[in-house]
Design a protein around this ligand. Structure first.
Ligand code: GAP
Length: 441
């Protein structure tokens, strides 16, 4: 594992952000649990996305569909037949790889000339085999072929099969979108790089239903909007994100055009979000498999058509890894580790510290906590030296440290310390709320 990622993994464990699943049993591959600060950070990110989609855009509405669905949906979507990854094994050390790790044109590779990256043996690699990524399960007490269904590998299909119900109930007019946040599951062959590729993860997907012919222009608009989300709302360094267009060999079975937004992780440029033109592939498949007419009736033009779909599909966990990686800073000059998270997404916005545990300072600090906590998450800390208290919070990404000292008792002011610059300013305690809110916005 990359050194920076290793440090991040250990920081995440130490500070209650992310834990390996089932640790006391030796761990469970490629599943992670989110601790008290991790869930706050995850919620802050997903709420930003949700607000951006369903509040800022009046023509986008939300949905929460089931993880388990009718198994025919996965035949119609193409996942039963086409959702495969190519797998190769080293017969010497039994290491397993995705064949495309050795090159996108993996079908033309002479596998008997390839060296195993782990044990170094040449000539022991198997030819690629296709491996379906869906988790199979059984519904009901009898485990036969009639009871098989799958844990959803993407949230998108739940939107497609509900699209007419949503459109009718909300009287939506094309173009309109449906947004959903939820768990997805993929039996990934190799899971590497911490929470980048896991077997259980969350997607934030928005399906935008458009009139055929308008799809290319609308695709461009969504590409632009989604790209800007990273620097503008999450505070990610704009020089570390870029687009990658899918070539013919990379395109998923449903896509006419696809772009990835990539981030420059310590392990290389990698996808964090996909924007896809899925045409009418999914709706026409569901029409033929369900026998239901899924046309949209355009009242103004008095005609019917099957909408095209522009999809924006982001992984919440990957977005979280992006902001953590981007924020991770080893401030060697001051011998501290800092998560420079934007105040908008930081799990805790401020720590409130009485300078000493006496003279009425703790009580005054508590009054400040009480005034702030209805607005956002804050912490009270009176343990250890003030420097130690600050450094503890720097590592957790808390942007502001507020100290109540003896002067506070005289003139009702406090010092407010900036995590990144470590500069302290003195403000009146009735200005703390608006000060922090301004920084968040
Ligand atoms: N509905 C389209 C779709 O699912 P995708 O490119 O397979 O497209 C979209 O996935 C996003 O979901 C990715 O950009 C990534 O952020 C996230 N994702 C996919 N597989 C993942 C995994 N195994 N672990 C974590 N995130 C994953």
């Amino acid at each position: 594992m990359d050194k920076t990622i290793e440090k991040l993994v250990s920081l995440c464990k130490r500070r209650g952000i992310i834990f390996q699943s089932s640790e006391i049993y030796g761990g469970f591959g490629a599943v992670y649990d989110y601790g008290p600060l991790g869930i706050e950070l995850k919620n802050n990110i997903s709420q930003l996305w949700w607000k951006e989609m369903t509040q800022v855009h009046e023509n986008i509405v939300g949905l929460d569909s089931g993880i388990l669905m009718h198994p025919r949906i996965w035949e119609a979507s193409g996942h039963v037949n086409a959702f495969h990854d190519p797998l190769v094994d080293c017969k010497q050390c039994n290491s397993r790889y995705r064949a495309d790790e050795f090159g996108e044109e993996y079908n033309s590779i002479q596998w008997d000339t390839i060296q195993c990256p782990k044990c170094g043996t040449t000539g022991k690699m198997t030819d690629p085999r296709q491996f379906n990524l869906m988790f199979k399960t059984h519904v009901g007490p009898v485990e036969d072929s009639g009871s098989v269904t799958y844990l959803r590998p993407e949230t998108a299909q739940g939107i497609y099969v509900n699209y007419q119900l949503v459109q009718g109930a909300m009287r939506m007019k094309v173009p309109f979108g449906i947004a959903q946040i939820g768990k997805a599951f993929r039996n990934e062959i190799v899971a590497r790089n911490f929470i980048f590729r896991t077997r259980e993860f969350e997607q934030m997907e928005m399906q935008y239903f458009v009139k055929p012919g308008t799809d290319d222009d609308i695709m461009k608009e969504w590409k632009e909007k989604r790209f800007q989300f990273y620097p503008d709302l999450l505070g990610v360094d704009a020089s570390k994100i870029r687009f990658h267009e899918h070539g013919e060999n990379e395109l998923a079975h449903y896509a006419k055009e696809a772009w990835d937004i990539e981030y420059e992780f310590p392990f290389g440029w990698s996808e964090i979000e996909g924007i896809h033109n899925r045409t009418d592939f999914d709706l026409s498949q569901h029409e033929s498999f369900s026998g239901k007419n899924l046309n949209y009736f355009d009242q103004q033009e008095n005609n019917r058509f099957l909408p095209y779909i522009i999809e924006t599909s982001a992984g919440l966990n990957r977005m979280l890894l992006t902001v953590l990686t981007d924020a991770f800073w080893e401030d060697t000059e001051n011998n501290r580790t800092v998560l420079k998270l934007h105040p908008r997404i930081a799990p805790v916005k401020a720590v409130i510290c009485p300078l000493v545990k006496k003279d009425g300072l703790p009580e005054k600090a508590r009054t400040i906590v009480d005034g702030l906590k209805p607005h956002f998450k804050v912490l009270y800390d009176q343990q250890g030296s003030i420097g130690k208290r600050y450094y503890r919070q720097d590592e957790a990404g808390t942007p502001f440290g507020i100290t109540v000292d003896h002067q506070s008792m005289e003139d009702d002011t406090v010092t407010i310390r900036d995590r990144d610059t470590q500069e302290q300013t003195r403000i009146s305690s009735d200005q703390i709320l608006s000060f922090i809110q301004a920084k968040m916005n």
